[in-house]
Each structure stands twice: as C-alpha cells, then as structure tokens.
Design a protein around this ligand. Structure first.
Ligand code: NAD
Length: 423
C-alpha cells in the first residue's frame, strides 16, 4: 500500500526548518554549522541465526546528533524503510525536542532495517541482542540512551538492557539499568511511560481547546497509525469524550461513524498485530481516510504522510503530530494557507522523552515514583512547553513549528556560548 506523499529527503526537510529558525534567532554561524550535521553516524552489520537454521546479516544504525545538553537520547526503530537519511533527521529532531522541553539530554536515533512482523519472538530477541552487542560501548547510561520507537516496545528495551548489563562488569549491573528507557515496570521502567507520548499529545490538544474555547466533549478525531502513540492517544481522547471515527495502519483504513471503542481496538491490535479484520467498522481507502470530516487529526505512523494532495483533502480543525515529521513542507504550506493549525512533532510527541527522562532519573537514584507523581510532572512540563511555543509564535508571527525550533536553538546557542569550542 501507499506509504507516503511525495518524494522528500526527511533530513533536508529538518535542516530547512532549522535554517528558518536560525535566521529568526540570529543563531551564530559556527553553531549553525555544528548543528547541521550529526556528531557520529554509526553503521553496524551483524549476523543472526534464524529459527530455520540459516544465518542472515542485518544492518543497524545509531546516529548521535548532539550531546551538548546531556547524553544522546532517542528511539530505536525496526522497520523495512529505515535509512541513514531518516535516522539523521529523527536524531536531529531529538536534539530540538529535548532542548525545547528542558530535558537534559541530547539527540540520537537508531534502528535496524528489517520488517519485525516477519520474525518470531525468538528471532526478534536474537536480532535485538546481537544489535546491542554490535553497538557495544557506543551506548551507555551516561552516554547514549535508546528507547522504543516504531516496531520496538518495552520487551525490546528489556532485551537491550539485559544484553548490555551482561556484557559489562558485574559491579555495575544495577547502575546499567538506565542504559535504555521505556522498559517494563518490572525491569525498572517508569509508571506512565507506555502511554506517555499519547498523554503528551492529549495535553497539547487540551491546551489548544482551552485557548480556542473548543469543547472536546462530543468532538471527533481521525488517527493514522494505531500502535503505541495512535492507540494511546485515541484511548485518552475517548476519556475526554472524543470519538475516533476513522483510523488506519500499514494494512489499510477503517471508518466507524459511531466511534471506535479505543480499548477494544487496542487490545485487538495487540493480539493480531494490526487493525485488519477488526469487525466493527467499514473499510475505506487512504484517500477517503484523509477526506473524513473530523475535529482533530492525529498522524501517528510514519514521516511524510501529508503532502499537498492530503492537505487539500483534510477537513479538520486541528492537527497534533504524534508521529515525527508526518507533514512534508508542501503539505504544511497548504495547511497554512487553509488556516489549519498544527501542533508540531517536537512539541506534541515530547511526552515520551519526558517520561523517559523520569525513568532514567528513577533508575539512577534507585527510586520508584507513583503514577500520580509522573503525571503531575508530565502535565507541568507539557503545559510549559506548549505555552512557551505558542507565546513565541504569536510574538514573532511565525508558525508553531518554527517557534518550537527557535526556542530549542536559543537554548542550544546559550550552551555553546557558555562552553565555547574545545580546545
Ligand atoms: P508503533 O510501531 O507502535 O506503531 C506504528 C503504527 O504505524 C502501526 O499502527 C503501523 O501499522 C502504522 N504504520 C506503519 N506503516 C504505515 C503505513 N505505511 N501507513 C499507515 N500506517 C502505517 O510505533 P509508535 O511508537 O506508535 O510510533 C509512531 C510514530 O510516533 C513514529 O513516527 C515515532 O517516531 C513517533 N514517536 C513515538 C514515540 C514513542 O514513545 N513510541 C515517541 C515520540 C514519537
């Protein structure tokens, strides 16, 4: 099935936004030059034995964009389209996201180029462990801290942690739990991490609704992607009285004018791996999905899903980017002309890295915060970031994406100004 809009180099798109924000903030030329490229780009090839006895070679990546604010931080993606260009863009966005939120981490991203759906649980475990081993000391709790992303989950993180711990010194085992975040609670994960990205998206939507004096009770949403981010956003929206009336994933799109039961659909996807075959709802095309009239649109799948063609069709009041980079510049220009506001990815989906930070702090201090504590802190951070971004956008008369980038760049520029360039 079609997975995207037009051809775009994701890394060039992200660099373009950076250039625009750099002009606005008067970013010093040397800082601009440093931030334009990742610090490190690691590519590894590693063999894994398949269940049938044959051996396959896999290609894995870890991109470390910047660590001036703290250790590199970002997800690990398992997807057949993973590429150096995509991961460079995603790693760069992590630097901006952490700087915008005030989370003391830098930006990183990695992944393995393969389709995890084609592999057994045992094969996934062996792929994850060999990949972690191949990365070796290029990751670490004070250096570079992976997290879940597309195609990976809490189980993947526990395998990574276990492999890292077991290949390191015995006396450091406990400290090394913080090498990854997004783990199961049992393995040292944080309360609230699994739904944190969706929760952050919903906090942003609530802030928008309050300012726009829009009543979310009885509102409708369309959600692209029903994995971690899409399903948790739909579920949390349903608690506010918002019905998800259309959704879709890599297998196709479905519509239900009564609204999907987000709980049941999430359970169905957990068991079956996709929304395909879900009995309540009618199949629609990708084009029909983008034409579905609704109040909110939450893209929560891949980058580059909304180009000009999709942006013309969308009939919504607000877009909150759960995914990273779902709208390409051509799509963004159409949405701007049509006056449809967009809460940009580095703000809207930053709840995930924020709670990852809480997990890391809890691991390092041997603490366990209760769910209320995590939620209280997350709400505070999201609200503050949202307000700062929208205030800046209004003051400088720029869109929210450029405002978010500019705020991130200002904070990075201050760090470079204070620290200077070594030697
Ligand atoms: P996931 O693997 O749990 O879910 C991905 C969803 O996208 C699935 O429903 C999948 O079927 C769908 N999808 C894949 N290819 C598609 C296609 N061609 N067309 C339509 N749908 C397709 O991944 P996730 O963790 O929910 O991540 C989704 C997005 O959110 C990614 O862009 C990711 O970078 C971003 N994100 C995730 C987190 C997190 O905490 N997991 C945090 C911030 C941002």
């Amino acid at each position: 099935m079609s997975s995207g809009a037009d051809e775009f180099s994701f890394f060039e798109v992200v660099q373009g936004y950076m250039e625009e924000a750099a002009e606005l903030t008067g970013l010093p030329a040397h800082v601009r030059r440093i931030l334009a490229e990742p610090k490190n780009e690691l590519i590894v090839h590693f063999p894994v034995r398949m269940d049938g006895g044959e051996t396959r070679l896999f290609k894995g990546y870890r991109i470390q964009h910047n660590n001036v604010m703290g250790p590199y931080k970002g997800g690990m993606r398992y997807h057949e389209q993973v590429s150096l260009n995509e991961l460079k863009a995603l790693a760069t966005q992590m630097t901006w996201k952490c700087a915008l939120l005030g989370v003391p981490f830098g930006g990183g991203k990695g992944g393995v180029k393969f389709n995890p759906r084609e592999h057994s649980h045992e094969e996934l475990q062996r792929i994850t462990r060999r990949f972690t081993h191949a990365l070796g000391s290029n990751i670490g709790p004070s250096h570079d801290i992976p997290a879940p992303d597309m195609g990976t989950n809490a189980q993947t993180m526990v395998w990574m942690m276990d492999t890292y711990i077991n290949t390191g010194p015995t006396y450091e085992k406990n400290d090394h739990r913080a090498v990854v975040t997004g783990k199961t609670i049992n393995a040292g994960g944080s309360e609230g991490r699994e739904a944190a990205t969706g929760q952050g998206v919903v906090h942003c939507i609530k802030e928008w609704a309050r300012e726009a004096r829009f009543d979310l009770e009885g509102a409708t949403a369309i959600v692209q992607g029903f994995g971690n981010v899409g399903s948790n956003t739909a579920l949390l929206l349903s608690k506010l009285g918002v019905s998800t009336i259309a959704t879709g994933d890599h297998t196709g799109y479905h519509r239900n004018d009564e609204g999907f039961n987000a709980h049941k659909l999430q359970d169905y996807v957990r068991v079956n791996g996709s929304i395909d075959g879900y009995p309540r709802g009618d199949k629609i095309t990708r084009d029909e999905f983008f034409e579905t009239k609704a109040d909110l649109f939450i893209p929560a799948a891949l980058q580059n899903q909304v180009g000009e063609k999709e942006a013309v069709r969308l009939d919504v009041r607000l877009i909150a980017e759960g995914a990273n980079g779902p709208i390409n510049p051509a799509g963004g220009a159409v949405l701007a002309d049509r006056g449809i506001p967009v809460i940009p990815d580095i703000l809207a989906n930053s709840g995930g890295v924020t709670v990852s930070y809480y997990e890391w702090v809890q691991n390092r201090n041997s603490e366990h915060w209760d769910a209320e504590e995590v939620q209280r802190r997350l709400l505070h951070m999201m609200r503050r970031a949202y307000q700062r971004t929208m205030f800046y956008a209004a003051e400088k008369k720029v869109n929210a994406r450029i405002a978010a980038y500019a705020l991130a760049l200002e904070s990075l520029a201050t760090s470079y100004e204070e620290r200077g360039i070594f030697p």
